[in-house]
Design a protein around this ligand. Sequence first.
Ligand SMILES: [Zn+2]
Length: 192
Amino acid sequence: MVKKSTREYVLNFFTKNPNHTFTLQEIEVAVRKEYEKDTGLLDLYVNREVRNLGTQGYIPDLGNIIKPKRGEYRFEKGSGPIKLKSPFPENVKLDIKKKDNYTCQWCGKVETSRDRLAVDHIIPEDSGGKGVLENGITLCTHCNNRKKNLGVSIFGKNMFERYLLLAKKDNDKKTIKFLEEVLKVFEKHQLK
Ligand SMILES: [Zn+2]
């Protein structure tokens, strides 16, 4: 008998039980039972694979694994990826602008009555970024477009490079060290 992978066991469980919300523990119990039936063994570790699938979200040819709440998972059968939309409620937008001092966090432009600033997702909606205070950043229209075109990683890198220039100008050694280390991480992962 060919041994099935943990991923196959988990996917099997989901596709047999579509449109139903399970806790991580319920999934673990059911999948391990199935594994034990096949192999007589108990050494299957399910949690990590479930989390991976939850992060992946869209499983080609099968459907989407969505997380209705923390620690809960549901399989929805379907042909394409579900678009995750989580816009900022108006009051949250205001809070984000307040937090950012009504200033574009990239170029420093200040909001005026004629020139409104935008509030954007740091982690994009399509990647599961939520419309909450912690995931918001104030940007002017120009910088917002720039971020959309560049993507999060490169935009972040540019931002840190810009901070580094400012820190060097102020000769702020602690910040310089921090930013140089951050930029090394970008290099290490070849995010250019
Ligand atoms: Zn700007």
